[in-house]
Design a protein around this ligand. Sequence first.
Ligand SMILES: Cc1cc2nc3c(=O)[nH]c(=O)nc-3n(C[C@H](O)[C@H](O)[C@H](O)COP(=O)(O)OP(=O)(O)OC[C@H]3O[C@@H](n4cnc5c(N)ncnc54)[C@H](O)[C@@H]3O)c2cc1C
Length: 383
Amino acid sequence: MSELNAAASDVLIIGGGLIGLSIAWHLADHGIHAVVLERDTVGSGASGAATGLLAPVTASGRFGHMVDFGIESLQYYSEFLSFVREESQQEIELQTAGLMRIAIDSGAEAMLSKFDNWPHAKSLEMVRLSATEALSIAPYISPDVRGAVISPMERQVNPRTLLKCLRKCCMKRGVSIIEHEQARSISDISGSGNKRAIRVRTDKEDYCFDALVIASGAWSADLGRTLGYALPVRPMKGQVLTALPGTTPHNVQFTVYGNHSYIIPGDDNALLLGSTSVNSGFDTRPTLKGITDIVASTAQMMPSILDSEFQHTWCGLRPATPDYFPILGRLPSWDNVFVATGHYKNGILLTPITGKVIATEIYCGDVSPLIEKYRPDRFCSSN
Ligand SMILES: Cc1cc2nc3c(=O)[nH]c(=O)nc-3n(C[C@H](O)[C@H](O)[C@H](O)COP(=O)(O)OP(=O)(O)OC[C@H]3O[C@@H](n4cnc5c(N)ncnc54)[C@H](O)[C@@H]3O)c2cc1C
């Protein structure tokens, strides 16, 4: 067995995405040493492919506990990023121009009216706009617009910069990161006293740890299976593309969201356009259909997009569960195996809060009321 099973290596986290790194970083805050095991490179999964909207309300279009959880994470983001900036000595820009959700058809217009009496709308400073008001602020959107909501508190972060900085912070706090090594199976071995130690077999080594976190994104089901649990996580392919201004500058100042697609102003005048959500297994090839779907739906919101110059496209696999809510917390009948996966379209938004609540649960057993609806036992019966 590897030397890493020495006393200092307390918690193994399988998965080097933003969720795994955030848990490792928060564990270090409690003085717990974590090892992050990544089969490829840190950020090679969904986290490195994401667009980074921090938009619990506008992007989900849903109300209820998941929005509350997202708002909690959004509120924690500024504090989290200020620590990450300070420790990594690197700037991470939080795009603060806000989001505009627009309605082009009657269904979307009816959706906008739901914001009127929604209790959080006031605290998030959301403002309803008529079509005329929306066009005066954003003349580049379609003249067919029927109305809009401006949401100034919702934001966007560059997930690739965040990954780089968080990795640096983790290393500074003593987190060990092992790349290019895949966990193949998990089992328990008898340890000292009544504590069951965990054995993780990889394609290179056998490791022994006091506790384990499955944070393996869209690939989490395989690891659950080796423990005898059916973790119902499946990959949902998301494709995005970037475009440069065409013959005229686009002047997009803030993220425009509607009809499940969005236009985000990016660096160097580029626009980030997204996104698809397709169940096609673990296939990560960008497709022409993906491009045409994104172009068709964003051009409905902003017709001048068709004049843009195509720059680049890529895909990632979002981890989705049957109810589209994450799976967070200790596995039933295990003292020391935890799950943090299934964040689907909200993993970048939920990175800080997930790290905080899972690290606290590992450290002292306290389960945050915020994650009571996301416990593994709503799905997991052992096989
Ligand atoms: C196109 C796109 C746009 C998105 N936009 C947004 C957005 O705007 N806002 C937002 O909040 N979210 C967004 N998301 C969703 C977000 O990216 C995910 O929810 C989040 O990244 C999940 O993070 P994770 O760490 O759980 O998974 P991942 O980042 O996928 O990390 C899991 C890691 O585990 C590793 N792994 C898997 N199995 C093993 C194993 N057996 N052994 C070792 N390592 C293993 C993988 O290689 C991977 O690196 C988007 C996703 C996509 C694809």
